[in-house]
Design a binder for this molecule. Structure first.
Ligand SMILES: [Zn+2]
Ligand SMILES: [Zn+2]
Length: 274
């Protein structure tokens, strides 16, 4: 199995001294029996250009990956990826970055919408219902714009703001039972039409959400709409979380009907049996 979403010490959202090296991630991945991992450090392009996040050390990442590929050759497939956030806020700069490295996989993320830095750092508790509903709708709109832009392989962790809504005590929104499918129908149809892979991000299973991003209901809806193109990622910010909850997530995916997972090399998609 491939873990297509992981972060090293170079990722700008990891405090100094708390992350793991590429080598440490490789050792943990082999111990956990993973066939491959993608290193996909954060590149939240607007936050970096605004100076909110430190610049990503692309050179060191590439060099550490090259050394680890030699060291773990034959034991682990090590993929060089990037998690590109808010590409549509700076599309030319995003494309320039993607052309500057021989990436295997590009994750497309929406961690923020115009006007905020990241949902993680937004005072959602201080908002009125109208304001946080509007923010959610802006998230859906910007995600659609990102899919339309389309220069990435995997749409990551859809429902991301929900984690921070819950953390701020907002438990009734989005109303998953009544509204979730309505919000996500255009997104799911757009990724299917564009051939973009949908990520099943397991990080929520080890957090307050207690579910994957997106959750089973949305994944089921995606399947009903004809979607068969999914990947799985732990979004590990520490080596210990690589492959975390994959057994639970793959069982859920199988129960929906999925029998294959996507993986990438040199940005070419391939499927393997689930
Ligand atoms: Zn992310
Ligand atoms: Zn991530």
């Amino acid at each position: 199995m491939f873990d297509n979403h992981s972060h090293t010490q170079y990722s700008g959202d990891i405090p100094m001294g708390q992350g793991n090296s590429v080598r440490e991630l490789c050792i943990a991945a082999i111990e956990k029996g993973l066939d491959g991992i993608a290193i996909t450090d954060h590149f939240d392009i607007d936050g970096i250009f605004d100076g909110y996040f430190p610049p990503l050390d692309h050179k060191s990442i590439a060099s550490d990956i090259a050394s680890a590929r030699e060291e773990f050759n034959g034991k682990l497939k090590l993929l060089h990826g990037i998690e590109l956030g808010q590409a549509t806020h700076m599309p030319d700069e995003s494309t320039a970055q993607l052309n500057s490295q021989p990436y295997d996989i590009v994750l497309g993320s929406v961690h923020a919408v115009r006007g905020i830095i990241d949902f993680a750092d937004t005072d959602i508790a201080g908002m009125s219902k109208n304001e946080y509903v509007r923010l959610w709708e802006q998230y859906i709109e910007e995600m659609l714009n990102t899919i339309e832009w389309g220069n990435f392989d995997v749409l990551t962790h859809i429902t991301y703001p929900k984690r921070y809504y819950l953390a701020n005590g907002i438990t009734d929104f989005p109303d998953i039972k009544c509204k979730s499918r309505e919000y996500f129908e255009p997104i799911l149809k757009a990724v299917i039409n564009k051939g973009i892979t949908l990520e099943c991000n397991t990080s929520g299973l080890r957090q307050q959400m207690g579910e994957c991003l997106p959750n089973e209901d949305i994944l089921r809806f995606y399947y009903e709409l004809g979607g068969r193109d999914v990947t799985i990622g732990s979004d590990a910010h520490k080596a210990i979380h690589l492959g975390a909850n994959f057994a639970e997530a793959t069982e859920m995916l199988r129960s929906i009907g999925f029998d294959k997972l996507a993986k990438f090399e040199s940005r070419k998609k391939d499927f393997y049996n689930l």
